[in-house]
Design a protein around this ligand. Structure first.
Ligand SMILES: [Zn+2]
Length: 387
């Protein structure tokens, strides 16, 4: 299994300069190769990454001698990446590769495993030397490569390592998760994780910084300063949010083998433009990705429940349906007189999470054995024992 650890770098100003130069070289080579690819393709030829690499090396000494000032990976990897990007495009898995822009694209360059060496809190890079790392590599194993990137004003290195697969020995317990915009998640155990509350101050600051940015004159030094501040705040908020997501998903993946979750319509969600909303949208996608990868690493299973499954409108106990339930109804009231939950106030999302759990078990083929009731972990453990 390949795992990546992203570590903050502490370069000296000269080293930061080298990073910028290597990232610039990478971007230049990518754009050169893409233009050449498009030109050859239009002329009816069949360009490949290897042919382009050869072609680039033939004119390199003459035209681009400065590309030798940084690691060779800065100029050979982008051509290989472009080849892969076109393969993915032709297979219909990705969009057509685009030109990279100095302003909008994230500066980055690749380092193959023979182009770096790891020391204690430092990494060695060709033609540069040792660069200080904020922490040591977390994983033991063979290093397969690394990518250096810049976010806001900081440089990071993401080192990928081949590690042995984890073996799960735990008994699989099951849980249902309701995901929402108001509350990040509600678990079928009754636990809740809030979405925005802890970010309030940071989001307020970001709003202010954005206003300041738009008051500054275009192209001025103050505008550049304001832009960097906005970028730093964006980054900080992302960090705070990812911290919550990582802790939540690690806990879930460690404790549960079967996890039911709604299949979210992320494309639809991403259309709204409000600041706070766009952050929570981004975190929903991240939540699903992190959860899936962590659960699968541990040999568990994430069951996605269809988006049209009426998880909120159904009583988790008797299956009675509240057909005209509105989005604003935060409490579910079962109107079935025979139901144990008749007229009992249930939290909307909690009721939904229990339905999602049941539906997930149903999809796996375990539902008929579910002891209806609270749907707690204990109940599901019984089911798992019986199965
Ligand atoms: Zn009911």
């Amino acid at each position: 299994m390949i795992r990546a650890h992203k570590i903050r770098l502490h370069p000296t100003p000269e080293q930061a300069n080298y990073f910028a130069k290597a990232a610039g070289t990478s971007r230049f080579v990518w754009n050169w190769a893409l233009a050449e690819w498009n030109r050859q393709y239009a002329a009816g030829e069949k360009p490949t990454a290897l042919k382009l690499k050869k072609q680039f090396n033939e004119i390199r000494r003459e035209q681009f001698p400065w590309t030798w000032e940084v690691t060779k990976n800065a100029s050979d990897q982008p051509i290989l990446d472009l080849g892969k990007a076109f393969t993915a495009f032709f297979e219909g898995k990705a969009r057509r590769p685009k030109f990279k822009s100095k302003k909008r694209s994230k500066p980055s360059f690749y380092l193959a495993n023979d182009q770096m060496e790891r020391g204690d809190h430092r990494v060695w890079i060709p033609k540069l030397g040792w660069v200080n790392m904020a922490e040591n590599l977390r994983f033991q194993g063979k290093i397969t490569g690394a990518r250096v990137t810049r976010t806001a004003d900081w440089w990071f290195i993401a080192i990928t390592v081949e590690v042995p697969d984890m073996q799960s020995t735990k008994r699989p317990a099951a849980i249902g998760i309701d995901v929402g915009l108001n509350r990040l998640v509600t678990l079928s155990t009754g636990e809740e994780y809030e979405n925005q509350a802890f970010l309030k101050t940071a989001l307020g600051k970001l709003r202010q910084a954005n206003k300041r940015l738009h008051r500054r004159k275009q192209g001025s030094k103050n505008r550049e300063k304001a832009r960097r501040q906005v970028a730093r705040l964006h980054y900080r908020i992302t960090c705070m949010r990812e911290d919550v997501l990582h802790k939540l998903t690690t806990r879930l993946a460690n404790c549960y083998g079967i996890i039911g979750i709604e299949d979210l319509n992320l494309k639809g969600l991403l259309k709204n433009r409000k600041l706070a909303r766009s952050f929570s949208d981004a975190s929903l996608g991240k939540l699903l990705n992190l959860l899936t990868s962590k659960v699968e690493q541990r040999g568990g299973q994430v069951m996605k429940v269809g988006r049209f499954f009426p998880s909120s409108k159904t009583c988790h106990c008797c299956r009675w349906k509240w057909e005209d339930m509105a989005v604003s109804d935060r409490v579910f009231l079962c109107q079935n007189q025979k139901c144990a939950y008749y007229q009992f106030e249930q939290d909307r999302d909690y009721n939904a999470s229990l339905n999602i759990l049941r539906e997930a078990l149903h999809l796996i083929g375990l539902v008929d054995q579910v002891v209806s009731g609270t749907g707690s972990d204990a109940d599901v453990n019984l089911v798992m024992d019986a199965g």
